[in-house]
Design a protein around this ligand. Sequence first.
Ligand code: NAG
Ligand code: NAG
Ligand code: NAG
Ligand code: NAG
Ligand code: NAG
Ligand code: NAG
Ligand code: NAG
Ligand code: NAG
Ligand code: NAG
Length: 803
Amino acid sequence: MINNYLFLENSMARPRQLWLRKRQPSHHLLILLVGVLFSAGDCREFPCKPPHFNAFPFCNASLQVADRARSLVSLLKLPEKIKLLSNNASAVPRLGLPAYEWWSESLHGIAGNGPGVRFDGVITAVTVFPQVIVTAASFNRTLWRALARAIAVEARAMYNVGQAGLTFWAPNINIFRDPRWGRGQETPGEDPMVASLYAFDYVSAFQSQIGWNWESSLSGSRRRRRALKESGGEQGLMMLSACCKHHTAYDLEKWSNFTRYTFDAKVSEQDMEDTYQPPFRACIEEGGASCLMCSYNQINGVPSCARGDLLRKIKEDWGFHGYVTSDCDAVAIIFENQKYASSPEDAVADVLKAGMDINCGTYLLRHTELAVKLRKVKEMEIDLALFNLYSVLLRLRFFDGDPAKQPYGELGPGDVCTKDHRELALEAARQGLVLLKNEGGFLPLIRSNVTSIALIGPAGNRTEVLGGGYSGIPCDPKTLLGGLRDYLPNTSFASGCVNTSCVAADGLDEAVRVASVAEVVVVVAGLNLTEETEDHDRVSLLLPGKQEDLIHAVASVSKKPLILVLMGGGPLDVSFAKEDSRIAGIIWIGYPGEVGGQVLAEVLFGDFNPGSRLPMTWYPESFTAVPMNDMSMRPDPSRDYPGRTYRFYSGVSVYEYGYGLSYSTYSYKFLSAPSKIKLEGSLSEAFMDGEPPCEYLHIDKITSCENLAFTVKIAVVNNGDMDGSHAMLLYSRSATSVPGFPKKQLVGFDRVFTTAHGTTTVEVTVDPCKHMSTADEQGRRILMQGAHHLMLGDEEHVVLVCS
Ligand SMILES: *[C@@H]1O[C@H](CO)[C@@H](O)[C@H](O)[C@H]1NC(C)=O
Ligand SMILES: *[C@@H]1O[C@H](CO)[C@@H](O)[C@H](O)[C@H]1NC(C)=O
Ligand SMILES: *[C@@H]1O[C@H](CO)[C@@H](O)[C@H](O)[C@H]1NC(C)=O
Ligand SMILES: *[C@@H]1O[C@H](CO)[C@@H](O)[C@H](O)[C@H]1NC(C)=O
Ligand SMILES: *[C@@H]1O[C@H](CO)[C@@H](O)[C@H](O)[C@H]1NC(C)=O
Ligand SMILES: *[C@@H]1O[C@H](CO)[C@@H](O)[C@H](O)[C@H]1NC(C)=O
Ligand SMILES: *[C@@H]1O[C@H](CO)[C@@H](O)[C@H](O)[C@H]1NC(C)=O
Ligand SMILES: *[C@@H]1O[C@H](CO)[C@@H](O)[C@H](O)[C@H]1NC(C)=O
Ligand SMILES: *[C@@H]1O[C@H](CO)[C@@H](O)[C@H](O)[C@H]1NC(C)=O
């Protein structure tokens, strides 16, 4: 019944098989024609179009954004205003205001999931970069920013030819809390610090003006604001608008009796402060995001879009300037499904009063008029929403006349699917691929020694599995088979099963036959969007269907131990393969993007040295006994609850967070780090239930927080014969153990280039108040006094924190 009126973020009335369509030669004539039309300039609708519509004060670019926004709102009549409260905002012809579609998507490349993006014009394909969880595994912030920038260029090019909007609903920065989550693939993983930095990097790179200085804005909101002013001026001009989603505690699609539309996430203040909110705070406070999306779920009994308390805090304390959109139809469900509001008009009033500005969907279009008539909503409240919305469009220069004559107006079809973007997609897939097993140094293969390869598995010769959720039409996808054949034409193939669900291994005999005669066997297994996607969580962490049977059958005939390649965004319990000596290598390739095939071949033959780490814990199948609806991060032995993510999980893992091998081995040395940090501030308090009782300070009482950041100088030694780019993770743990405290947590990371048998020196900045702290049960951040151990591989360095 939900689907009768809900239009999900990913189910628009457009071809679902986007991947199957490539640029077709027959489109060339059309492309030429459309190109001519666009360059003629007349057919393009834009606001403030001369000669009739450029005299309104909101069209005057020398006025302040706020004054222009107010002027526009003041000229609108109530029925017109109401028609602007939807993602599909209507035109207001008498003011020269064209219709505007607020909903475009750009998670890891421009995607067709929102109606704002169309692939039916001069631009028929875009660069499909690796899925976000893959990119996260690189732990390379320079790469994250470069990707966001490349996506922004393709986005603006599509806007210029009328095939996309200026407002994009990415990134997805919810914490990957449960391994079954269908959308974990879209996120940077389970660590709040990594998610925070990813959010900051994506948003600031995507939104900012050309010439914005990255380095001066890497940390600190004051510095960010200064940097923003330097680039966008006082007006905060932007190239594009990004959106932090889904606020908040949203990470369950459909599991057991629960669906995201009615799920009430019960979240403690403690988990809220040190798990769920940090990415949103960084996205807004430091990244300067101009949009926030409120999620479907409730948080402690109140629908997210009606959580006025949270939204006010975001505006007042985090300095949010932008618009708040609902997830699609997240207002309708407040009355229809959640029964939280007692009428449609009450639902409308709840969200507008809470500070939501626009409704993805049609609910506000249909029910706001009556809500005003019934005095549940004041016109002033609508005006405020429109002010927020149009301020953002003004900052995007939407009201500054002909887009072709504005900054970025020159971007067009020639800036999409470029060689540079393809190279960046390759680089991201290389930097994101994780080597999980390499028995006896079986890999890399020596090219001249291999005469034949057999590739087995349903995903081996398919392009649609490469991108994962929120993918656009790729420019020129390369299948895994295609990539291997480029290296070794004598590569044979058998799918084993029809698709990744692998309900029947009908192709088993053929797979066994093909594998038995080849010199080297590569099996591709794992997940596809049929197993994990929006509105669909997994119930098992094992390989789907008969995939494991296929692997065993092939392993038993393979001449040499085989190589297992795993696709998908969610963790898999592949314990069997970890232990099986017939399986020499395991490689997680995730959703590698459109160039995935080339990257697999490159790593097998040692053209690059893998150096990434898993950004999420790989739990065993037994974890599926944990109720997915339980939002607690902390373990609770009294009810056999193991806790979640590497910071709290007390059980065993198949592969731990941060796990990842290389063709080299690495060792570390602390070259310099402080041995003592002195806190200044008011008196400390004691934890009586700690072992032994220990003291802590509330962060907001530490007056010296801003100056506590310190530098750790580290030597990274590459003990192998290959150069390598290597993800280095620095953790910290407090020596005193208090129940509910993280076992350890990430306090810094970097990706470093190392030469064979060489040593590279790297400096990492650690902010103790922000990253070595945790939250107490009331949700206040605290920093433990006493010894903290900084950890790098097996090396430890003790820092004494005291007042
Ligand atoms: C735009 O605003 C400026 C500053 O108020 C004013 O001087 C100028 O006349 C305005 N331009 C037009 C075309 O109204
Ligand atoms: C968007 O709104 C217009 C009216 O302004 C309507 O004609 C059109 O069908 C709507 N589009 C969608 C996709 O709902
Ligand atoms: C789902 O609902 C059924 C029937 O109400 C109930 O017996 C079961 O315990 C519920 N499952 C969970 C995981 O809450
Ligand atoms: C590769 O081939 C060379 C020459 O035939 C041989 O000496 C070497 O041992 C082979 N290496 C491997 C790893 O099989
Ligand atoms: C791979 O897929 C392509 C396109 O669907 C098809 O033409 C080709 O025959 C397939 N190759 C093999 C070896 O199955
Ligand atoms: C992957 O999933 C898509 C969407 O569900 C499906 O169309 C396709 O056949 C699947 N491919 C494989 C190899 O399973
Ligand atoms: C996967 O293949 C099975 C038949 O083996 C079929 O029933 C199912 O619909 C297929 N799934 C998809 C997504 O195509
Ligand atoms: C190609 O591979 C097959 C085994 O799959 C092998 O028998 C044959 O010798 C190989 N051909 C060449 C030219 O290496
Ligand atoms: C990080 O990514 C950037 C952009 O792709 C790349 O130039 C750089 O070499 C990477 N750093 C390392 C150490 O691999």
